[in-house]
Write a protein that binds this ligand. Structure first.
Ligand code: NAP
Length: 313
């Protein structure tokens, strides 16, 4: 009999049998509540499952929460620390996939790709016109990165061949990133004022929650593009919808939302949006690597070793 663990059922096809050696797995579907009262020693949840004080109380033998995401705002870290439960995430393995998708949104917004697709599909396209669907030329424009960690930097690296000037805001300077890309560190105010494209790459914290709101949108360049592949809670979606409706904001490309899977109804009908269903890390290779990383963390901890990617030490 292996060690009893709870694993999100949606990971079943992404895992190989040998990765689960020594584990007695109970699979839990996303729509099932977190079980209570068992002797499970590990849980491998998706980011859609909240694990707070109540869930931890109901799982008294738990030693590790191995979240299958780099973000961990679905876990009450204080409650976990109080119960000596280790929390891990899956950084690095999803950096390239998420940076690529961020670029898909930047390009889709700048070059009005959804409008073009809709025009062709509508049958109303009457041919080439010199002023049809004119977008934003990237070369010489400024890309603002709010957050220059793993994903923010990877987005910045990809900006160099497009000829963008890069500004970034983060708590600490990133000297190697600056040397490699010519990026310049800026305060939030300058980032908002000077960015033609503002892309968000910070976690949700008390300081960053709601940071894109009517006040900060008013400071942004008229016609700027806002891209969010980080977390929906960073943005006041009603304020973004208003900025789009009034043509203050040029376009918005979002992969994440404050109340997933619900999208703010005004954002759904606002003009010049590119709205994706949280697929930043959704490549087959990356999802396999995320699942493997989460299970590796479980195996290390259950064998008395430190986890590969702890959220706190
Ligand atoms: P990371 O490496 O931890 O980078 C976070 C960055 O945010 C760091 O540069 C950090 O600065 C900065 N930061 C934190 N608080 C800040 C503040 N108050 N002001 C300014 N900067 C601040 O994280 P990551 O791996 O790049 O992930 C970034 C985000 O992407 C996370 O929110 C994650 O949830 C999200 N994500 C989404 C998807 C998706 O499917 N759409 C996939 C993966 C990740 P320091 O470096 O100075 O600490």
């Amino acid at each position: 009999m292996g060690l009893p663990v709870l694993i999100a059922a949606e990971l079943r096809n992404l895992l190989e049998a040998d990765q689960l050696d020594g584990l007695d797995v109970t699979w839990i579907g996303a729509d099932e509540p977190t079980p209570a009262g068992g002797d499970w020693v590990a849980i491998v949840p998706l980011l859609t499952r909240w694990i707070g004080g109540t869930e931890l109380k109901h799982l008294p033998q738990l030693r590790i929460i191995a979240n299958v995401a780099v973000g961990y705002n679905n876990v009450d870290l204080v409650a976990a620390q109080m119960r000596n439960v280790i929390v891990t995430n899956t950084p690095d393995v999803l950096t390239d996939a998420t940076a690529d998708l961020t670029w898909a949104l930047i390009l889709a917004c700048a070059r009005r790709i959804p409008e073009g697709i809709n025009l062709v599909r509508s049958g109303k396209w009457i041919g080439w016109h010199p002023e049809q669907l004119l977008g934003m030329e990237l070369r010489g424009k400024t890309l603002g990165l709010f957050g220059a960690g793993r994903i923010g930097e990877a987005v910045g690296q990809r900006a160099v061949p497009f000829g963008l000037r890069i500004l970034y805001a983060s708590r600490s300077p990133k000297l190697r990133f600056e040397e490699e890309t010519g990026a310049v560190r800026a305060g939030t105010g300058r980032l908002l004022q000077e960015s033609d494209i503002l892309s968000l790459h910070v976690p949700v914290t008390p300081e960053t929650r709601g940071m894109i709101n009517s006040d900060t949108l008013a400071v942004m360049k008229p016609g700027a593009i806002l891209v969010n592949t980080a977390r929906g809670e960073l943005v006041r979606e009603d304020a973004v919808a208003l900025a789009l409706e009034t043509n203050r904001l040029g376009a918005a490309g979002f992969d994440v939302y404050a109340d997933e899977p619900t999208v703010h109804p005004r954002l759904l009908v606002a003009p010049r949006t590119v709205l994706l269903p949280h697929i930043g890390s959704a490549t087959r290779d990356t999802r396999r690597r995320m699942a493997a990383r989460a299970i590796a963390n479980v195996q290390y901890v259950l064998h008395g070793e430190p986890p590969v990617t702890p959220v706190f030490r």
